[in-house]
Design a protein around this ligand. Structure first.
Ligand code: MD3
Ligand code: FE
Length: 220
């Protein structure tokens, strides 16, 4: 399907998800194709890879990073690092378009002056999923996380501040942006197994970009 035609049917609207968390439906739709191209450019310098968790499991989601700091996992633990352990070089710079989108979305949701120093890019293929977790490796949890969904839709699971609490299931579609801050910043969340589907801009992939103010401890 022609993606501009498709865009015409998707409504731009803001949906409250939880305290401090907003789904900005279609917020990135107009620049979706450019964002996908930016992702490919990032992955040319820093290839997607399947990280290993401290517990020894290989993640089904492939990841890469851009920006000053990149999120890394291995048998020793989780951390943010300025150097890509695969290439031995700094992560590629955050594309201008990424930085602008992150700041615009955060401001739209009421978080002024969002200044992310880390950008994690996730790549899902059919069956890839992310088990329930918290994002708590960032030092400054007063800053939100902004996430952008591209390509094949997924079902996002959003829990409360306890792992065993009730979960909301939220579909995240191409062009949706979510801003998580305030009381929702440390909520448990995950992504259900990706379904087999084709998107005109990404084939059977789903990409998710998350912007974070990591301010990693080792950075001083
Ligand atoms: C809620 N990514 O990279 S984005 C992650 O779709 C991650 O790839 C998912 O969870 C994905 O860590 C979900 C949405 C998201 C990101 C961070 C959050 C939701 C969040 C932090 C706190 C609460
Ligand atoms: Fe997360």
């Amino acid at each position: 399907m022609n993606s501009d035609l498709f865009a015409g049917f998707v409504e731009r609207r803001d949906e409250p998800l939880a305290d401090g968390a907003w789904v900005l439906r279609g917020f990135a739709l107009e620049i979706g194709q450019a964002l996908v191209q930016d992702i490919h450019a990032v992955a040319e310098s820093a290839p997607f890879r399947h990280l290993v968790t401290p517990g020894g499991f290989t993640m089904s989601v492939a990841m890469t990073n851009c920006g000053r700091l990149g999120w890394c996992s291995d048998r020793r633990g989780y951390r943010y690092d300025r150097i890509d352990p695969i290439t031995g070089k700094p992560w590629p710079a955050m594309p201008e378009r990424f930085a602008r989108l992150a700041a615009d979305a955060a401001a739209h949701a009421g978080y002024a002056d969002f200044d992310p120093d880390a950008c994690l890019v996730n790549r899902y293929t059919p069956g890839s999923r992310l088990t329930l977790h918290q994002d708590r490796d960032e030092r400054d949890s007063s800053q939100p996380i902004v996430s952008v969904s591209l390509g094949v839709p997924a079902t996002f699971q959003f829990g409360g501040n306890e792992r065993a609490g009730p979960k909301q299931r939220v579909p995240l579609l191409h062009g949706d942006v979510v801003v998580w801050g305030g009381p929702s910043r440390l909520a448990y969340h995950g992504v259900g197994p990706l379904k087999e589907a084709l998107h005109p801009l990404t084939g059977n992939y789903r990409f998710n970009i998350t912007f974070r103010a990591a301010r990693w401890k080792a950075e001083g």
